[in-house]
Write a protein that binds this ligand. Structure first.
Ligand code: MGD
Ligand code: MGD
Ligand code: MO
Length: 749
């Protein structure tokens, strides 16, 4: 593979005038992050990390940095870091009765219990749990496969972070795409091949705060400075929405209808790219027929917007040369039928031919195939064991990804069918505070397992409730590593600049050491650096080399479908059965699913469930991202906590008046699944009839044996295990709720 080394010639380490050592490296995990920004870490003569700056030479962030990295020393040196491996008797789960042990003892207990479970019941009865993408995916999946289990899970119903959208992309194009903000080029906005998008669509994404999925919010401003128009589709007036040329404040959960309405308008008004459709698309007639079900008047009513706004949006797609689109989590998680909605949104840019062209939608080049997404070592799992994956029989698409079905897994935990689950491994997943849907149901389902291991830099409510063995991990300044980010458009080195706190070790070290004991053939490396080099084999680069040339970019070309660069057989076209973009998906049809995009109401919804709506009259989006927190993390860091000290429910002042609550009140937010507490914040930019809640709340300073009050304030007391027909998608952004006054948390459980 042809690669472009960016770092060559820039020193990795230098002394500053103040006597500090500055190291150019990459931010990755822990603590949690999606992006892998280039950073400069400043350490003093005692090896203390004293300061972090953004690296202006890193093309990805060009010196920008979020508050969580700026406040990193407070996170690394927090008194709440876990310093030693610990064990606890199974009957003491939930009690703060831990005993410090050595790594050897921890490993011995783990190997003994995991071997016993495998020999007695089968490796499939031991499940592996991961939260969002952090730097463990490829190592933990390899560990799981080398042990023999097919069950990788995160307990977010419908695997509803990115996976539903990815199925919508691969199911139609055999590829994955992103908005083209020049991120694939080391010289970025100056690259001569790149063109500034005529229009940027920001579709249900708050990227200045979340910088989600390999996208950075400031790139949009760079495009706007260079002339891009901006369209924002978001019920809330975000910072970017306030500066948009067009802002569609749609009803949460109605995105699929809007997309189908735009597709229909583009086709009926002959605004699509005939030549591209004829040459590269399959199933256009069928799509056009389906889209007729979404005329302007109907869509306007469903989305709570005007017909004219839909018409304007459709024109912004095509009237300014090119347009590109960055989307966000609501596309996966505001409606069970998320994949069909993702197909609909994709179709807008597919029928207009804005595919892998400068300033359109961009198909990234994977520097390490399967690296970030976890395909490394999949051959270690035998076909017999793979066939035991929970949910893959009901949802056949699940055979193709590392993940099993969380919705079937919760049933399996409860019923013991088709087999009883015995043990669980949690790494990067504080599931009872954040990722876990219907948190109370999940706690009941997990609490009696025979053996639970938890791996984290911090004690968490989940570890306190469930773990028998706790393994402390170190953070990125304390270890070496390679950062592979979403789309793996680059590989970057992480360089150790300070000693790990206490006895903590890196995830990679832990999994290599345990892997060598559990299946030595699968883990032939003596050091983690040797393992990193093996992972990067396709690039021909070793870790030592990447250490100085980091970041390394794969060479990028546009219109790969014309050049035979997308298909394994090297022929022009797309990696689908027909070789074309399948607007009518043969892959989905092949597993008995609707091959065309469609919209159906989220469950519950104001239109589909009027009786529910009458009792629970607010449409609530849960999980608004905050600058200072990555999910359930960072609340122990005083600098970051100050930004958002408590969970907030934002609502329009008119709704607050209607429901008798006021600014600063503690309230219950409640629906038919459960309730959680929050403080009211009145915000006139919230669309009337809707509200938002923060997710992932707990109080690290609280009582461990009350699980840090997580059960009082967890917004996932309101969410439900209920995926779409293909097993993917859920509703956590368009719930129906009511609100009323409460006394404040820490009173209840
Ligand atoms: N600081 C910080 N950054 C993060 C995270 C974090 O916890 N903290 N988490 C990371 C993770 S794993 C993810 S998945 C991403 C998620 O980040 P994003 O993809 O940006 O998603 P959200 O922040 O959930 O919502 C984005 C916007 O969608 C709007 N919205 C809500 N409901 C709907 C709807 O139904 N339709 C439309 N069109 N818009 C809607 C909201 O008002 C909000 O402005 O963030 C990542 N980045
Ligand atoms: N209601 C509602 N719920 C949501 C969401 C929402 O919008 N609304 N968002 C959902 C989404 S999109 C996602 S992706 C999930 C995220 O859910 P998770 O990814 O499970 O997030 P956390 O609960 O913060 O748990 C992560 C844990 O990993 C630890 N950690 C961080 N980095 C590392 C590391 O490198 N190694 C190890 N071993 N540990 C590490 C942290 O200290 C923390 O305890 O939450 C989901 N939950
Ligand atoms: Mo996520």
């Amino acid at each position: 593979m042809e690669t472009i080394p960016v770092g060559k010639g820039i020193p990795v380490q230098e002394k500053t005038r103040g006597g500090l050592t500055v190291t150019r490296t990459t931010a990755w995990t822990a603590p949690g992050c999606h992006n892998g920004c280039g950073v400069k870490l400043f350490t003093d003569e005692n090896g203390m990390l004293v300061k972090v700056e953004g690296d202006p030479d890193a093309p990805f962030n060009q010196g920008r940095l979020c508050p969580r990295c700026c406040a990193l020393p407070g996170t690394v040196f927090s008194e709440r870091r876990m310093l030693h491996p610990m064990k606890r008797a199974r009957e003491d789960r939930g009690k703060d009765k831990w005993q410090q042990i050595s790594w050897d003892e921890a490993y011995d207990i783990i190997i003994e219990k995991m071997t016993e479970i495998k020999d007695t019941y089968g490796a499939e009865t031991f499940i592996f749990n991961q939260g969002t993408g952090r730097d463990i995916v490829s190592y933990l999946t390899r560990f799981m496969w080398s042990y023999g289990s097919p069950n990788y899970v995160g307990f977010q119903s419908g695997n509803s972070c990115y996976v539903p959208r990815i199925v919508g992309m691969t199911g139609t194009m055999g590829a994955f795409w992103l908005g083209d903000f020049s991120q694939q080029f080391p010289d970025r906005f100056d690259n001569p091949e790149w063109q500034v998008p005529g229009v940027v669509f920001n579709w249900g994404v708050n990227n200045l705060v979340s910088n989600a999925d390999g996208n950075m919010g400031w790139w949009i401003l760079e495009c706007m400075k260079r002339g891009s128009k901006l369209v924002v589709i978001d019920p809330k007036v975000t910072w970017l929405a306030a500066r948009a040329d067009l802002h569609l404040r749609i009803r949460p959960g109605s995105d699929g209808a809007l997309a189908m309405g735009i597709v229909n308008y583009l086709i009926e008004n002959d605004l699509y790219d005939h030549k591209f459709v004829e040459q590269w698309c399959y199933g256009f007639e069928e799509l056009a027929e389906r889209a007729k079900e979404y005329p302007l008047d109907k869509v306007a009513e469903l989305c709570w917007i005007t017909e004219d706004e839909i018409v304007q949006a459709a024109h912004y797609v095509v009237d300014y040369g090119t347009s590109t689109m960055q989307w966000g989590l609501p596309a996966d998680a505001n409606n069970q039928e998320a994949t069909p909605a993702a197909q609909a949104i994709n179709a807008i840019w597919q029928i207009t031919g804005l595919v892998d062209v400068p300033g359109g939608m961009m198909i990234p080049v994977d520097i390490m195939p399967g690296g970030y997404a976890g395909g490394w070592g999949r051959e270690l799992l035998s076909p017999e064991q793979a066939a035991k994956k929970i949910g893959a029989d009901v949802y056949p698409l699940m055979q193709f990804s590392p993940w099993c079905s969380p919705d079937k897994m919760i049933e399996t935990l409860e019923t013991g069918e088709p087999y009883k689950i015995r043990g669980a491994w949690f790494e990067t997943n504080n599931v009872l505070a954040c990722m876990g849907t219907d948190a109370e149901r999940l706690l009941s389902a997990l609490k009696d397992l025979e053996f639970i291991v938890y791996v984290d830099p911090y004690m968490t409510p989940t570890a306190m409730a469930l773990a028998d063995i706790f393994l402390p991990v170190c953070m990125f300044p304390e270890r070496n590593g390679i950062a592979l980010t979403t789309g793996s458009q680059r590989a970057a080195a992480m360089i150790k600049v300070c000693e790990p706190q206490g006895e903590s070790k890196s995830d990679q070290q832990i999994l290599l050491e345990l892997g060598r004991r559990i299946n030595p053939d699968a883990w032939p490396w003596d050091t983690v650096e040797e393992m990193f080099s093996a992972q990067m084999e396709a690039t021909g680069l070793g870790f030592d080399e990447v250490r100085v040339t980091s970041p390394v970019y794969p060479k990028f070309t546009y219109r790969k479908y014309e050049k035979g660069l997308l298909r394994p057989d090297g022929q022009p076209g797309f990696a689908t059965a027909t070789g074309r973009i399948e607007l009518w998906s043969t892959m989905l049809n092949g597993v008995g699913l609707d091959p065309l995009p469609f919209f159906s109401e989220p469950v519950p919804s104001p239109f589909a469930n009027p009786d529910y709506y009458e009792e629970y009259p607010l449409v609530v989006s849960t999980g608004i991202r905050r600058h200072g927190f990555f999910h359930a993390e960072h609340r122990e860091n005083p600098y970051l906590r100050r930004l958002t000290p408590e969970p907030i429910c934002e609502m329009n002042p008119k709704d607050a008046e209607k429901y008798g609550v006021a600014e600063g009140d503690w309230i219950w937010v409640e629906n038919r699944i459960g309730r959680c507490q929050s403080r009211v914040h009145l915000n006139p930019t919230i669309l009337e009839g809707t509200a938002t809640t923060d997710h992932a709340w707990w109080f690290p300073e609280g009582d461990p044996e009350k699980l840090y009050s997580v059960r009082d304030v967890n917004t996932n007391n309101l969410t439900e295990f209920r995926p779409g027909k293909n097993g993917y998608g859920m509703n956590l952004k368009a719930l129906l709720c009511k609100v009323y006054k409460a006394d404040g948390p820490k009173e209840e459980k």
